[in-house]
Design a protein around this ligand. Structure first.
Ligand SMILES: [Fe+2]
Length: 319
């Protein structure tokens, strides 16, 4: 294992894992490590999509919030099926130009389901082919948060961001229905800026794709402050240029943003978006709660109660 540059202790490379002889305990320890490190890059896994599904579901079930909705829009359902998502595939979707999510080209900094108060907290990407001309980048926010004075931190702790879907904020080439429904289903969704990751690491939930302003701030002040934070965050990112087609990238989706760079021609990877149900108790001893303040705690519980009817998550609905 070795640290990922620039991420200030929140990223780890893992090499020489033998997936054929990996015990359950070893794999669960890696899961705990991934939760504590936020970003994990396992190089040369030698695994295929089936093994990928098998190992990921030991950490937690694959989850897709909009697929948990009772009334699904036919257009969205069609789009979801086109990219490979359904119960039979365990909701693993293809990320590719052809019949995949997101189309071609660069993807700007974002997080998934970012404007959804009950966003899914983990994402895993397994390469299949054509990966090595492209990069997946990660930006961590905790080092910035902890670099601030205590008074500045408590100021940020009070802030709430207002989220909206914004066209072209992830991929200017191709926005589709699935992305729309995923990123911010309700207009003007309020989510606290400072939250905690599943392992209890504090950081910023400041996804550039859906953030529109700071709640109750004059607009000029809101723009100025958000630009300043963005500028500071640019110190803490790393673009991983895929070294092998079978690399496996597993990353936090609560306080870490990701992006894509490079050539996406004939590129295919698989995405497993998940919660940490089977690790959560081992790491924190309680269900995941991203928020520290009301009414967001209650809103989260309420929404997770609904989601859990379709995608069961540890601790929800609360007993
Ligand atoms: Fe993404």
């Amino acid at each position: 294992m070795s640290p990922i540059p620039n991420l200030e202790g929140y990223g780890v490379f893992v090499d020489d894992i033998d997936f054929n002889h990996l015990t359950r305990d070893q794999w669960m320890s890696l899961g705990k490590l991934q939760m504590e490190q936020l970003v994990m890059i396992i190089r040369r896994t030698g695994i295929n999509i089936n093994r990928f599904h098998q190992v990921m579901k030991m950490w937690g079930k694959c989850r897709q919030n909009y697929a948990a909705k009772e009334e699904t829009d036919t257009e969205v359902a069609k789009e979801y099926a086109r990219i490979g998502g359904h119960a039979a595939t365990g909701h693993i979707v293809r990320v590719a130009e052809e019949n995949g999510l997101f189309g071609s080209g660069d993807l700007l900094w974002h997080s998934n389901e970012s404007g959804d108060i009950a966003f899914t907290p983990g994402v895993a990407l397994l390469g299949d082919h054509g990966m090595t001309k492209s990069a997946t980048g990660f930006m961590v926010t905790s080092p910035y948060y902890y670099s601030l004075s205590e008074s500045m931190r408590s100021e940020l702790d009070e802030m709430v961001l207002v989220h909206n879907f914004q066209e072209g904020k992830i991929n200017a080439n191709d926005e589709n229905n699935v992305v729309y429904k995923n990123m911010c289903p309700e207009p003007d969704t309020e989510i606290p800026l400072v939250i905690q990751s599943p392992a209890g690491i504090k950081g910023l939930h400041f996804p550039y794709n859906t953030t529109t302003r700071i709640k109750d701030y004059p607009i000029e002040e809101s723009v100025r402050l958000l630009e300043e934070i963005k500028f500071k965050l640019t110190q803490y990112y790393y673009d991983y240029w895929w070294e092998n087609d079978d690399d496996l990238l597993i990353f936090d989706n609560s306080i870490v943003q990701h992006r894509r760079l490079g050539d996406t021609t004939d590129r295919l990877c698989y995405r497993y978006q998940f919660d940490y149900s089977y690790l959560q108790y081992k790491v924190t001893g309680k269900p995941y709660m991203p928020y520290f303040q009301e009414p967001y705690i209650s809103r989260y519980k309420e929404k997770m109660g609904e989601i859990s009817k379709v995608f069961p998550v540890f601790g929800y609905p609360p007993p």
